[in-house]
Design a protein around this ligand. Sequence first.
Ligand code: GLP
Length: 236
Amino acid sequence: MERVVTVPGAPWCAAVAGRWLELLDARPVARLCLATGSTPLPVYARIAEAHGALGAASVLLLDEFGDLPADEPESCDRVLRRSLIDPAGVADYRSISVGTPDLDGECRAVDGWIDTGPGGCLDLAVLGLGVNGHVGMNEPGSPVDGRTARVELAASTIASAQRYFEGRARPTWGVTVGLGDLLAAREVWVLATGRDKATIVARCFESPATAEVPASLLQDHPNCTWWLDKPSAGLT
Ligand code: GLP
């Protein structure tokens, strides 16, 4: 069952971070899988300010772009380190090495990271939302039981990623934690803000659950929360 939290007045990020801190209080050793992109950054800033909140937690990077220059500051790893991992401090952080010659081995090692958690699953997946309904880099048509894999990006994802790289790179593929592990997480949050996301947010609720709109599959998740501001909820 999905729960939708629309945050109308107070800062959206304060509501999300507040609930996250409660969750960490109850389960300090949580194993988290975290998105980058621009949407979660204000939330991460709040969590980072709550010194020590993530000190016993373990964090897995949700996805990473392929073929970026080695010093690219907007790689998913660099963004997550800068916004949360470094300022907050965590017990364990697992990024995804997309440059390794044994990419399949790297994907299986990420699966292994997930499998070693209690119950063999993630405690909380914090996801953004692509304008085509992707979560992580699981594009429309991705296998619902998929695990960590190299994936080709949809044209809309390639275009929309340009705002991160400002012409320095144009990644067409990446590695992502698969839908199977995201749907199996004990708890899933989808964060969406801004009017640009209103159409796809509505579609995720109005369409039947289908892999053609990956985030719509969360309709069947037992503990999923959508954190929406008013524009992404279509209320302004
Ligand atoms: C990107 C990433 C996702 C991210 C999403 C939304 O392509 N692969 O993990 O959550 O698209 O990004 P943003 O929050 O910048 O809109």
